[in-house]
Write a protein that binds this ligand. Structure first.
Ligand code: MF3
Ligand code: CO
Length: 249
């Protein structure tokens, strides 16, 4: 069941989104060769608390950290580690913020120093996939319109779309209906209506979309070792079009 939000409730979720966006803006200046994802995680946790909010991922179904930090071939749910990031790495930082019981969720992929042209292209295309999906998030469209637009853009660039993880409704809880697939058919699926709030969060691989899960039970990585990137926003469907609650600019 999709829980529809009032404009007032969307305002409150936007409050969480603003803090999240500010945190990602800070990370731009912090992520460079030598820093560890554990240090990034601690920075994020402190930043969120300093804003009077809470890192919702910590303790969620036993997840131990404030952030997911997924490096190179890690697709998502990477554990922060004490290994310094190296020039040429890419790292996705995913976090969920709880402000007074209302949540926002956003992941962003970052280059570490100078990265390869291929990696550069992966980041560019994956971010484009997110925004192309967001454009389709308008009243009257269907979920499949979003799914298909994301897939078409990724595959026209010869990248692949991860199948096993999806976007999701969000509100008082991190995962609500509906599921938002990043592949599928136009004009199919749930019709979008005012007050829906969900994430769009394509995970895009240079190689195949097949994945394995690490021994820790969480971390997904590409089977072929190819790079994977992800950009995620929390968006609301409004009369005036898609409202990005976690926009950074
Ligand atoms: N933020 C992730 C998402 O987009 C969820 C992470 S799972 C957690 O759905 F356990 F780390 F919280
Ligand atoms: Co997320």
């Amino acid at each position: 069941m999709v829980i529809i939000k009032t404009p007032q409730q969307i305002e409150l979720m936007a409050g969480a989104g603003k803090i999240l966006a500010a945190c990602h803006r800070e990370l731009r200046g912090i992520i460079r060769p030598g820093i560890t994802t554990k240090q990034i995680d601690e920075f994020v946790d402190d930043f969120i608390q300093s804003q009077g909010a809470k890192a919702e991922q910590k303790g969620y179904q036993g997840y131990p950290f404030a952030t997911c930090a997924s490096v190179n071939d890690e697709i998502c749910h990477g554990f922060p580690t004490f290994t310094p990031l190296r020039e040429g790495d890419i790292v996705t930082i995913d976090m969920v913020i709880n402000l007074n019981g209302w949540l926002a969720d956003s992941a962003w992929s970052y280059p570490v120093g100078q990265i390869s042209q291929q990696a550069e292209k992966l980041l560019k295309v994956t971010k484009e996939c997110l925004y192309i999906g967001i454009e389709k998030a308008v009243i009257g469209n269907r979920l499949g319109d979003i799914s298909h637009a994301v897939q078409a853009h990724a595959e026209s660039n010869r990248f692949s779309v991860v199948r096993d993880f999806t976007g999701h409704g969000i509100g008082h809880s991190m995962h609500e209906d509906p599921q938002v697939l990043h592949f599928g058919f136009p004009h199919k699926g749930l019709r979008l209506s005012e007050g829906m709030v969900f994430t769009i969060e394509p995970m895009i691989n240079i190689g195949s979309y097949h994945l394995t899960i690490d021994q820790n039970g969480w971390t997904a990585r590409t089977v072929d070792g190819s790079l994977s990137a992800q950009y995620e926003h929390t968006i609301a469907i409004t009369k005036d079009g898609p409202l990005v609650l976690t926009e950074q600019d």
